[in-house]
Design a protein around this ligand. Structure first.
Ligand code: NZQ
Ligand code: ZN
Length: 387
């Protein structure tokens, strides 16, 4: 097993009716910015619950953080924070609002051009230079509620870029599984597939000595396969909703990544498809993931075979099991309402592979993946296979 440090200071508060605890979690004298998205929180009662939990507090609101949050929008919130002397941010939303708040938190006291945080992928480690924030999660998917990563889109350059750092863990996150009842089916499906792919990014690498990490990963995958198709049909079922929400958090709170190699190339390529075509994050992963496993088959087949045996009970030679495991993954994504080829979303994809490969080349991303062998040339092959 590789050496590791596990640091996760987020106070996770999980369960029904927990939103009312917010008042005890935010310093009494804090001037609070409540940040939210396009307004779903007004329709499903989450806004009312948050406001009821914070009587007599000094609150300013900032709405309109879009899915795949835009740098341009977030900078408006930075201005509000400076003008109004805000000292705590409460993100009420999904991965987009939480990621947006992480960027805002880092940008307020940043000396220099905040765009550098994204384009130079700066590590934000100094707690004295960020604005503290907490979250009320409204959609299980990204794990952003318990990790220190964020993904922000620069509208002007059509770039979707990841950054993060140890200073960007939420102080607390309230995860009430009942919030999922108002989610459209498409978003429930997205959440299952995003979390599933987060596990695969950290699990489908090469055989290693992180036996426990593998077993934890496999149990998250099995849980998602078991509950995913059901929870999208019945989000009011609390057993399903709570296991769905906890699986998503566990898939990307850092635990299963400790001491083992990880990949993340599916995400890096997928982010480009969102930036170029506006395809939902999870849906880009369903397009790219299986094709990446095919193109990188020789690198990944040992782990693909383990996955095939343990998750799908497959038998045969290592190659046969590994191949069939990819087919089973595609079938699961179809069950979850995903389309798995780019041509199902856009007819203008002829130059996409070249565009993405060239962009990675320009950014110096010459070797992605657990073995740094996903070169721009391989990226071109993966995207072409995804047409
Ligand atoms: O904006 P509102 O009106 O709130 O509507 C949202 C949005 O349209 C809606 N929604 C959220 N909760 C709802 C609800 N509608 C009804 N009832 C509720 N309870 O759902 C839509 C999608 O929300 P969004 O926050 O975009 O979804 P998600 O949580 O999937 O976040 C996706 C973003 O997270 C990034 C993605 O790239 C994408 O930008 N990721 C962040 C990661 C991280 N920080 O660790 C890792 C992920 O791999 C991912 O890259
Ligand atoms: Zn993801």
């Amino acid at each position: 097993m590789l050496n590791f440090e596990l640091y996760n200071p987020t106070n996770l508060i999980f369960g029904k009716g927990q939103i009312e605890k917010i008042a005890t979690l935010i310093p009494a004298e804090a001037k609070i910015l409540i940040a939210y998205g396009g307004g779903s929180i007004f329709k499903n009662g989450i806004y009312d619950q948050v406001k009821a939990a914070l009587p007599d507090r000094n609150i300013v609101e900032f709405g309109g953080i879009e899915p795949n949050p835009h740098y341009e929008t977030l900078m408006k919130a930075v201005t509000v924070i400076k003008e109004q002397n805000i000292d705590f941010i409460l993100a009420v939303g999904g991965g987009s609002v939480i990621d947006g708040v992480k960027f805002i938190s880092a940008a307020v006291h940043f000396e220099g051009n905040p765009m550098d945080i994204l384009q130079k992928r700066l590590l934000i480690k100094d707690l004295s230079k960020v604005v503290p924030f907490g979250t009320v999660l409204t959609i299980p998917a990204t794990g952003s509620e318990m990790n220190s990563g964020s993904v922000v889109t620069i509208e002007a350059t059509q770039e979707k870029l990841a950054f993060g750092g140890s200073a960007l863990f939420p102080k607390f996150s309230i995860c009430d599984p009942t919030v999922i009842v108002s989610l459209p089916k498409r978003q429930l499906q997205n959440g299952v597939v995003d979390a599933y792919t987060h596990v695969l990014e950290q699990y489908l690498t090469y055989p290693h000595e992180g036996f426990l990490q593998d077993r934890i990963s496999e149990s998250i995958l099995q849980t998602l396969i078991e509950i995913g198709p059901k929870v999208v049909e019945d989000p009011t079922n609390y057993a399903l909703a709570s296991n769905f929400m906890w699986s998503c958090t566990m898939a990307l709170n850092g635990l299963i990544q400790k001491g083992v190699p990880s990949d993340w190339a599916t995400h890096m390529i997928g982010h480009e498809l969102t930036a170029l075509y506006g395809i939902d994050h999870a849906r880009t992963l369903a397009i790219i993931g299986p094709n990446l496993y095919k193109v990188m088959f020789e690198t990944k087949k040992g782990k693909l075979a383990q996955y095939g045996k343990r998750i799908f009970n497959l038998t045969g030679t290592e190659d046969e099991i590994a191949q069939e495991a990819i087919n089973k993954t595609v079938a699961f994504f179809h069950t979850m309402g995903m389309q798995t080829q780019l041509s199902e979303y856009t007819k203008e994809f002829d130059t996409t592979a070249d565009f993405i490969a060239n962009r990675f080349e320009e950014r110096g991303w010459k070797g992605l993946g657990e073995k740094q062998n996903i070169t721009p040339e391989k990226v071109r092959e993966i995207v072409t296979a995804s047409y």
